[in-house]
Structure formats: C-alpha cells, structure tokens
Design a protein around this ligand. Structure first.
Ligand code: FEO
Length: 393
C-alpha cells in the first residue's frame, strides 16, 4: 500500500499496525496507522515518523521514492512515541546533522526522550519554512494534546498535517474518507472521546482561530487513520459538535456486580429510563471496555453509576472507570449512584463523591440496597430511572 501519492509529489509513507489492541489503556479493536508524509520539493521534507517498531518499514517506504539520505528537512509535529519512537532510526538514515523542525516544547520534550544532539530547529507559531515551490507554516497547538503538539500547513496544496487531531485508530486499506464513508465516524468519535475530550475548550478556540485565519483546506492529514480529502469540513464540524458536549436524551447505567444484585438494580433503572423514552443501556464494566464506555459518555446526558461495596470500598473496576472518566473531564452531565451492599455500604457515597468532583449535577442521593433487591427495592431503582428521565433534556 505504501507509499501512496496523496497529492502531486506528496506521499503517505507511514505504517499500518494491524495488531495493536491496547493503546495506553484505549482498546484499539481495529488497530491503527502511524502516518508519516514525504514532500518531494527542492528541499525534500519528511513530516513525522512512526513508532519505533515500524521505523524500518518507514525507511523502506521512503526508499521506494528517494534515497532517505536525500531528505533535507525533518519535521516533528508531536513528541509522543507513536510518532517519534522511530526518529533515531530515521535520523541515522537521513543524516544526524539534518535540520529537525519542531515546536519549542517539542525541542524540550524530544531532548528528554533522546540523548542524540540533533540539529533541532525550534519554530515559533506562524513561522514559515520555504522548501522550494512550497511553504510550510507551523501552527502551535499546545495541549492538543501534548505541550509540544503543532500542525504543519502547506498553503500551495491547501493541506493541513494535523498530527493527532482529526485522527482515528483504524487500520485499513482505505487511505481517504471517500473510500470508507461514514463508517469511519465511530472511530473518529471514539478517538475524540478518549484522547481529546478534556481539551474541548481549546479545540473550540483553535477552530475559531483557524476560521479567522481563513485557512483553505483541501485535505486534512492526521497521523492516525484515514485522510480527509472529500469533505474536511465534516470532521472539523464533528469536532465542534463533540467539543460543545450538548447532552442528548441518552443515559448510561455503568456498573459492576458481585452476586447480580447491583446488576438487577441497573437493569431496573434502564427499564424505567426506556419506559420514559430515554435512549438507555446498561454497561457492565467487565463486558464493555472503558474506552468504549467513554465513547458513549460523549453525548449522553446522564451517567448513572453502580457498584457493590467490597472491603468497605468500590469494586476495583469502578475505581478504574471513575478515574479514567474523571481525567477526560466530561461536561454537562447529570448523574446518580446506586449499589447493593452487605453490611457497611460505602460504595454509593464514594461514587457520589466522585461524580460531584466531576461536576455532575446529582439528581438523587443514590439508591443502596442490602444484599438482594426485593420488589420494593427494584421499585426504588425504577423511581431513580424516572427522576433521571425527567431531568434529561
Ligand atoms: Fe498519536 Fe499523541 O500520539
């Protein structure tokens, strides 16, 4: 598949990672790609590298177009190791003294990862680099999603090399959006929900800034997944919508269970929500991966969380999920807690505290039931479901 000429003299030269299934805690059930781009101009320029294990594949792909030592400039849009792990191998082949362009934070961060004294050329936001017929403009995108992140824009081709932004963890033979259609959107949504959600306010500011700059975009080339060429506005508009986090009339009941009591409670809550016309589903934490739950959290209006009490605390899967969700800072949610217990019953209180810390609007003090829910207990769960339904938009 590689190299693929995506525009005249601009090539996709990355690698497909078909088999990765865990990307630092995110389930990559469809693998991913590490996209790098080669521009053949008077100064041959490589934008980004790949994960260390794929460096030789990148070199092989580049070698099908030019001798890697003929590369004049290397650009690193982002330090994270899935794009920079292959840099030592690349720089060895290209020439350790070749200019390596990165943001100022990129310089700091790359230097902390690699001992080599490369010819770093830290750039300012808006700085331009002429490579011949083309000019590359560097746009700092600090904290989207690392301090070093930046975009590289080629105005002559109207191409934005957007680093992680607008990417998807998706391994496939379809290079472009028009080859896969809407089937890519769930992957883009999962990527946003698990990597970028906490930076939503920055994304809205960035989109405003790019709109004001009037950047013409024929193509958006992220470092993961497919390239947006048919309709780049589609993914940008989706980012605006996801960043706004407008809650839908949708509820998730996220829980774990020890002897099925909390499960019965979860299902009673879901049943009541459904009766009230809410798009609701139970999400058992040992049946759903945390990253798939976060994808659903993105547009849900209500998150109801349940745990049995074990050893005076939460079920471990709940601690995992609540920590993960808290870090991603979802906004505009309502919530409540529930759970069964034997004798001490701390779980509901502990969940409630966590949801408060996440600034969820709590709809109820929570429902706790000793040992096994009877009819009255299940009715209390249904009442909780009704209350949530009434509070949703
Ligand atoms: Fe794809 Fe932040 O690395």
């Amino acid at each position: 598949m590689y190299p693929t000429e995506i525009a005249k003299d601009i090539f996709l030269v990355g690698a497909i990672d078909w088999n990765i299934r865990d990307f630092h805690g995110y389930s990559t059930s469809h693998g991913t790609t590490y996209n790098a781009y080669l521009i053949k101009d008077e100064k041959i320029t490589l934008i980004d590298a790949v994960k260390k294990e794929f460096a030789d594949e990148l070199i092989t792909n580049i070698s099908k177009i030019i001798d890697p030592k003929d590369i004049d400039y290397v650009i690193s849009n982002h330090t994270e190791m899935d794009h920079s792990g292959g840099l030592p191998r690349v720089m060895h082949k290209v020439g350790e003294d070749k200019p390596l362009y990165c943001s100022k934070m990129g310089y700091k961060n790359l230097s902390r990862h690699f001992p080599q004294k490369w010819n770093y050329q830290p750039v300012e936001n808006g700085q331009e680099l002429s490579i011949g017929k083309r000019t590359i403009t560097f746009l700092e995108t600090r904290m989207l999603h690392w301090p070093d992140s930046m975009f590289s824009y080629v105005k002559e081709d109207k191409i934005l090399f957007s680093s992680d932004a607008f990417g998807q963890h998706f391994a496939g033979l379809e290079t472009f959006d028009d080859k896969i259609g809407d089937a890519i959107m769930p992957h883009a949504k999962k990527y946003f929900a698990n990597i970028l959600l906490l930076y939503s306010p920055l994304i809205l500011k960035l989109v405003d800034k790019v709109t004001q700059m009037g950047l013409a975009l024929d193509m958006v080339c992220p470092d993961h997944g497919i390239i947006w060429r048919n309709d780049p506005a589609k993914i940008i508009n989706a980012y605006v919508e996801w960043s706004n986090q407008k809650p839908k009339r949708k509820a998730l009941v996220v829980y774990d269970t020890m002897w099925h009591s909390t499960e019965k409670m979860a299902e009673a809550i879901v049943d009541a929500l459904g009766q009230e016309g809410v798009d609701a589903k139970p999400m058992h934490l040992r049946s759903w991966h945390r990253s798939d739950i976060m994808t659903e959290v993105l547009d849900a209006g209500a998150i109801i969380v349940g745990s049995p009490t074990i050893n005076n605390g939460l079920y471990p899967t709940l601690s995992d999920f609540l920590t993960y969700m808290k870090g991603l800072k979802p906004k505009n949610k309502i919530g409540a807690a529930f759970g069964s217990y034997g004798w001490s019953g701390e779980a509901v209180k502990l969940i409630t505290k966590e949801l408060e810390a996440m600034k969820f609007r709590l709809i109820d003090p929570g429902v706790k039931i000793q040992y096994v829910p009877d009819d009255q207990g299940l009715e209390a769960c249904r009442e909780l479901g009704k209350k949530i339904a009434q509070a949703l938009p």
